[in-house]
Design a binder for this molecule. Structure first.
Ligand SMILES: NC(=O)c1ccc[n+]([C@@H]2O[C@H](COP(=O)([O-])OP(=O)(O)OC[C@H]3O[C@@H](n4cnc5c(N)ncnc54)[C@H](OP(=O)(O)O)[C@@H]3O)[C@@H](O)[C@H]2O)c1
Length: 266
């Protein structure tokens, strides 16, 4: 999985087509969408407009909680492929755990989608430690990622450790807490020191952690480009430690609380 992905939640119409196309032109090779974002047609159009060959792109989509019964699951995956205009995606995720269907059933549906060639890899999103264990007990194929909220104001050490132990990638969604961490003074001071932006410091903090892959979203060409330009500097251990320490004094979760079935591990 490429080290940084381009998030597309709430990107619609031409903003989505142009955003995806521009992201690919500046170097991103990893695009994150979901059937629930209702923008898969625009994401597909953006990929084609970029001129970047499909095989060079790691494309993720997700099945929504209301489509997790097996027939619905397979239909949702097929609809996603048709909307995106691709033969298969690189990664198919369960977007949120179902409140009613057992994990073992939804994981079997995910495996079925893999076996019939709708996706190259499978994964989950918003899964707790307990749900991850259930998922691994039920799966035939490796679950390559757990995509969860992660930024400097949210301690995810337990989930991160579990993902690393299981050989999984931790995909970090809302890496800026939807802007909620961008004005932090500690991050601002580190940004000034490196002549970088706060967003670049946060993404650098992500990619310097083992197995963490952030997927920032932006509607603006300048931010899309800046968010990918994070490979030319390095944070010191002390700077990493200062950012790690922020979640001891700040707690922020921006993901939709109404959608949360399980008890979080933080
Ligand atoms: N699996 C899940 O349940 C789940 C849930 C939420 C999100 N996600 C995924 O994660 C992606 C990212 O999360 P997110 O969209 O919630 O939030 P985010 O990436 O944390 O923040 C996006 C916000 O940050 C601003 N921004 C981006 N780059 C910036 C920069 N360099 N400087 C200043 N502001 C900047 C954007 O504004 P501008 O447009 O003005 O740049 C936008 O308002 C989503 O798009 C989606 O693909 C997954």
């Amino acid at each position: 999985m490429p080290a940084i992905g381009f998030g597309t939640w709430q990107l619609t119409g031409d903003t989505c087509v142009d955003g995806v196309s521009q992201a690919l032109k500046v170097g991103y090779r990893h695009i994150d969408t979901a059937s629930g974002y209702q923008n898969e047609a625009e994401v597909g159009a953006g990929i084609r407009a970029s001129g970047v060959p499909r095989d060079d792109i790691f494309l993720t989509t997700k099945v929504s909680p209301d489509n997790l019964a097996d027939d619905d699951f397979q239909r949702s995956a097929d609809r996603s492929l048709a909307q995106l205009g691709v033969d298969r995606v690189d990664l198919l995720l369960i977007h949120w755990p179902s409140k009613t269907i057992p994990v073992s059933h939804t994981i079997r549906s995910l495996n079925k989608a893999l076996e019939r060639g709708a996706t190259r890899h499978i994964g989950v999103s918003n899964f707790t430690l307990a749900l991850l264990d259930e998922a691994w007990a039920a799966t035939d194929a490796p679950i390559v990622t757990n995509q969860c909220e992660y930024h400097p104001y949210l301690d995810q050490d337990k989930l991160l450790t579990a993902c690393r132990e299981k050989g999984m990638i931790f995909t970090a969604f809302s890496p800026f807490a939807r802007r909620g961490v961008l004005a932090d003074p500690v991050i601002g001071a580190i940004a000034k020191e490196h002549a970088r932006t706060p967003g670049q410091v946060i993404l650098r903090w992500d990619i310097q952690q083992a197995a963490v892959v952030p997927i920032p979203k932006s509607t603006r060409p300048e931010n899309i480009a800046a968010n990918f330009d994070v490979f030319g500097f390095e944070l010191s251990d002390e700077e990493m430690g200062s950012i790690n320490a922020l979640s001891r004094t700040h707690q922020l979760r921006v993901a939709n609380p109404a959608a949360v079935a399980p008890q979080w591990d933080t």
